[in-house]
Write a protein that binds this ligand. Structure first.
Ligand code: ZN
Length: 185
């Protein structure tokens, strides 16, 4: 897949050396196509030794149980995105405690997925009936007979067998850094 026209000014793109790497760049303005990327966020919400799962109502993965999640938005902080996604998909209110896992998938659209441990605040599981058609809290034993997606099984293990606290939100950084979402050890 090759970008032919500039998404800013509409002129033709060319392949040229940009700081030592061959990239598609505009022949008229300063636009450089750096690549295709996407960032996903996921929620690990555990309550009374059970984890919140939803059943996908759409492909890819229709019928699979996964943890709630979605893709980030242009101007929304990621911890707010995941709280909103959890509420929309499952009816559960939960807040971010820490970043506990990350998945890197370098491919045609390079995807990075960030998993948050979240604290249950309130609500009863209720699917949105658009993206998901069922929602609930399930124990490891209950999951054994459920169609839980492979990557979700890995995240379930992260949630139940943590090796560290993970990265927590730093809301009082030692240096004032406006507009940054900061997570740290
Ligand atoms: Zn251009």
């Amino acid at each position: 897949m090759e970008v032919k026209f500039c998404m800013l000014c509409g002129h033709e793109m060319e392949t040229r050396d940009v700081d030592g790497t061959w990239r598609r760049a505009c022949t008229a303005c300063s636009f450089v196509h750096w690549g295709n990327y996407s960032i996903g966020v996921g929620a690990l919400v555990v309550k009374d030794d059970k984890m919140l799962l939803v059943r996908r109502a759409q492909d890819p993965g229709k019928g699979n149980w996964t943890n709630p999640g979605g893709y980030i938005e242009q101007l929304e902080p990621i911890h707010e995105t995941i709280q909103r996604e959890v509420k929309e998909e499952s009816g559960i209110e939960a807040v971010v405690k820490s970043v506990v896992a990350l998945r890197d998938q370098p491919r045609s659209i390079h995807n990075v997925y960030i998993a948050f441990e979240m604290e249950y605040v309130g609500g009863e599981p209720a699917p949105d009936h658009v993206e998901v058609d069922a929602a609930g809290f399930f124990s490891l034993q209950e999951m054994e007979t459920m169609n839980v997606a492979g990557f979700t099984r890995w995240l379930v293990d992260v949630a139940f067998h943590r090796r560290s606290q993970g990265l927590t939100i730093d809301d009082a950084p030692v240096v004032p850094l406006n507009g940054y979402g900061l997570f740290r050890v």
